[in-house]
Design a protein around this ligand. Structure first.
Ligand code: CP
Ligand code: NVA
Length: 304
């Protein structure tokens, strides 16, 4: 049987997402009721981090424990990956010792190569190009708060980064629209978007992108790995802050999301992220619940 990986948002069909979302609801309810649920007893998750993390590590590690399994943390600094062991060799070795692997790394081609040599499912815990687990949590959070996301409009204000590319794939799968506004020079790389994707519109002015939308979302102006560009980005992104003026152009019941960590006063004002429309803490918590459903699905298939 072919192994199922989760390397990009587009790797799952709507039917698979509907299953994972339903399982997320069930698994979240059990967690809230302190009801033990150990479908992954004796299973092991290996987590490989080549970049920093708080939420991704914690949610995968805690989630695997809560499902009855074990999680092992490796990073570049003190594993052989940092000393140049070929990714293909690492994939073959690691995947003989565990049941599922999560990787946070730089280029998408690294995780693609790893997956090609892995005997077990591989999950993308963030690459330069994609962050599917976060957008899965975001879509779940939207549905939990407001119902179906189909036909809704999301405003993406800021950098054309991994989060945006995953949102654009999610828009195709779930049938919603994304209004994108990025500063000049930081716009969408067409090679990272399917030529068939008609689910987004580009706006030169970030305020215009927020007009009448159901959800406003943003992310840091400088992603991990791009720190050398920070000073230039601070200048270029001037005006792209999500503040109350921009939120006022969205629907009155619009939500605000941010994958975190956030920089108040840069991409978002304190008033917005700490205000009544913000659901960032639910969004962060939901990483735990959606990823438990994802682990269950990738390791055990569709259970009910
Ligand atoms: N949102 C997110 O992935 O956070 P971490 O970098 O803390 O894992
Ligand atoms: N775009 C950010 C997301 C961090 C969770 C980054 O890649 O650093």
């Amino acid at each position: 049987m072919a192994i199922k990986h989760y390397l990009q948002f587009s790797d799952f069909t709507l039917d698979e997402y509907e299953h994972v979302i339903e399982r997320t609801r069930v698994i979240k309810r059990k967690f809230k009721n302190y009801e033990p649920y150990h479908p992954l007893a004796d299973r092991t998750l290996v987590m490989v981090f080549e970049k920093n993390s708080t939420r991704t590590r914690l949610s995968f590690e805690a989630g695997m424990h809560q499902l009855g399994g074990a999680a092992i943390y490796l990073n570049t600094r003190d594993s052989q990956l940092g000393r140049g062991e070929p990714i293909e060799d690492a994939a073959q070795v690691m995947s003989r010792m565990c049941d599922v692997i999560m990787i946070r790394t730089f280029g998408q081609e690294i995780i693609d190569r790893f997956a090609a040599y892995s005997r077990v499912p591989v999950i993308n815990g963030l690459t330069n190009e994609h962050h599917p687990c976060q957008v899965l949590a975001d879509v779940f959070t939207y549905i939990e708060q407001r119902g179906s996301i189909q036909g809704k409009t999301v405003a993406w204000i800021g950098d054309a980064n991994n989060m945006l590319y995953s949102w654009l794939q999610a828009a195709e799968v779930f049938g919603f629209h994304v209004n994108v506004s990025t500063p000049k020079g930081y716009d969408i790389d067409p090679q990272l978007v399917s030529p068939r994707n008609q689910r987004y519109t580009v706006f030169a002015n970030p305020g215009d992108a927020c007009d009448g939308v159901d959800l406003v979302t943003t992310d840091v102006w400088t992603s991990m790995g791009y720190e050398d560009e920070n000073a230039a980005r601070l200048k270029a992104f001037d005006g792209w802050i999500v503040d109350s003026a921009k939120m006022a152009r969205a629907k009155a019941d619009a939500l605000f999301m941010h994958c975190l960590p956030a920089h108040r006063g840069e991409e978002v004002s304190a008033e917005v992220i700490d205000g009544p429309q913000s659901v960032v803490w639910n969004e962060a918590e939901n990483r735990l619940h959606v990823q438990k459903a994802l682990l269950e699905y990738l390791v055990l298939g569709k259970v009910s």
